[in-house]
Design a binder for this molecule. Structure first.
Ligand code: ADP
Length: 393
């Protein structure tokens, strides 16, 4: 039997799914939250609706993975560690080097470490997890699946910032984007749903979760995306500002008495977006249940920023066949989908209210007459990771 574990490690969390491959059957999944804090939460789902939960102090990723492997044998999910022949790791920053998923050898791991400057919260945690798996499962193949790889097909006209060219040449200062695995998955699914080769399609994919990004996928290739050098750019997000005028930074730092630019960036990452605008929450559900005008305004701004990116990507690709919604908000929030598409009747794109009244189900949600199809496609980054491991085995 050949099992592959897909691992998505954040700075303080670790999400995973265990697949039987090549059938792509999910045997178990789980999450470890609050790593490095008190009362970490360790959860496994397995079998037929069975669950295992434990609250304890988990100090680091090594402890988390040790515990995970031990529990998997204890709960008879696996008979021995040898059954796990592949491990796929989500890595946020792959820079310009990693144009596709890669087998992890010493050189690749060093590059992942070196790219920490591009994703300081993520790459070090991901590299740490890779090292732990290498140690605990020495016969398992490790594959890195990068958030940025899908976007390495962007033309320079779209990835370059209008700043001195030498900053790109010397320091690789450019747009890299993120959520690539999700954009790749849903665009492939969209082509399947539409029954056309992806090479013939222009698709705009909207990954709307806590983090949100919009991508123009022309002929199966990412040609532009809303996130930038880091995932701070683009549309309004749960706690991130998205695009702003950089001149605001020194101005606000002066007003707020801040001297360290990192504190200002923290505000843009953690205290802005829906949280900052509403003063209530980063969660769409809380805003939709609130009758405070600030909450309603935050919802309008979110929809407006997504709509503007969609409009601009119609221009980038000179047309669009389908718009795809995915991730927490995209999959679950019918009101938000409607609100985003509402302003688009000018190019014959219309939501069917009845079809749109759905959560988390793959389907067409536009009217029969809509020239541009609107699709709801639940994302599945983990299965993409497992597929890439399988392909490199
Ligand atoms: P992450 O980027 O953390 O993976 P998710 O893709 O899980 O985020 O999306 C999380 C967001 O999805 C939440 O912030 C919440 O606003 C939104 N969400 C989840 N369920 C619903 C729902 N039923 N209605 C509206 N929004 C929802």
């Amino acid at each position: 039997m050949s099992k592959t574990i897909a691992i998505n490690a954040g700075s303080s969390s670790l999400k995973w799914q265990l697949f039987e491959m090549p059938q792509e059957e999910v045997i178990a999944s789980g999450i470890v939250e609050r790593i490095g804090l008190n009362d970490s939460i360790f959860t496994i789902k397995y079998g037929e609706g069975q669950k295992y939960n434990e609250v304890l102090d988990i100090n680091d990723h090594e402890f988390a993975i040790n515990m995970l492997l031990a529990k998997m044998t204890e709960l008879n999910i696996i008979a021995s560690f040898e059954e796990i022949t592949g491990a796929g790791h989500r890595v946020v920053a792959g820079g310009e080097h990693f144009k596709e998923s890669a087998l992890i050898d010493d050189a690749a791991l060093k590059l992942i470490d070196d790219l920490a400057e591009f994703a300081p919260l993520h790459n070090p945690a991901e590299a740490a997890v890779i090292r732990v798996i290498q140690k605990l499962l020495p016969n398992t193949i490790n594959v890195a699946v990068f958030d940025t790889s899908f976007h390495t097909t962007m033309p320079e006209v779209n990835y370059l910032y209008s700043i001195p060219m030498e900053y790109y040449e010397k320091y690789q200062a450019r747009k890299y984007g993120a959520h690539g695995t999700s954009h790749r998955y849903v665009s492939e699914q969209a082509a399947e749903m539409l029954g056309k080769p992806i090479e013939e399609l222009k698709i705009i994919t909207c990954h709307l979760g806590n983090g949100a990004s919009i991508t123009a996928v022309d002929g199966g290739k990412s040609v532009d995306t809303s996130m930038g050098f880091t995932p701070l750019a683009g549309v309004t997000m749960g706690t991130r500002s998205g695009d702003i005028d950089p001149s605001l930074l020194p101005y606000l730092m002066g007003k707020l008495g801040l001297t360290d630019i990192k504190d200002m960036i923290d505000i843009l990452n953690q205290k802005s977006g829906l949280t900052g605008l509403s003063g209530i929450s980063s969660d769409m559900r809380d805003l939709e249940h609130s009758d405070k005008p600030e909450a309603q305004l935050a919802l309008q701004i979110f929809a407006d920023r997504v709509r503007k990116y969609i409009g601009s990507y119609v221009t980038v690709m000179n047309g669009v066949d389908a718009i795809v919604f995915t991730a927490g908000i995209g999959e679950n929030d019918a009101n938000m989908r409607k609100s985003i598409i509402n302003g688009m009747t000018w190019f014959g794109c219309e939501i069917d209210d009845e079809k749109n009244n759905v959560r988390g189900e793959q389907r067409v949600i536009s009217t029969e007459d809509s020239k541009v199809k609107v699709l709801l496609i639940p994302t599945d980054e983990e299965v993409m990771i497992a597929r890439d491991v399988e392909a490199l085995k």
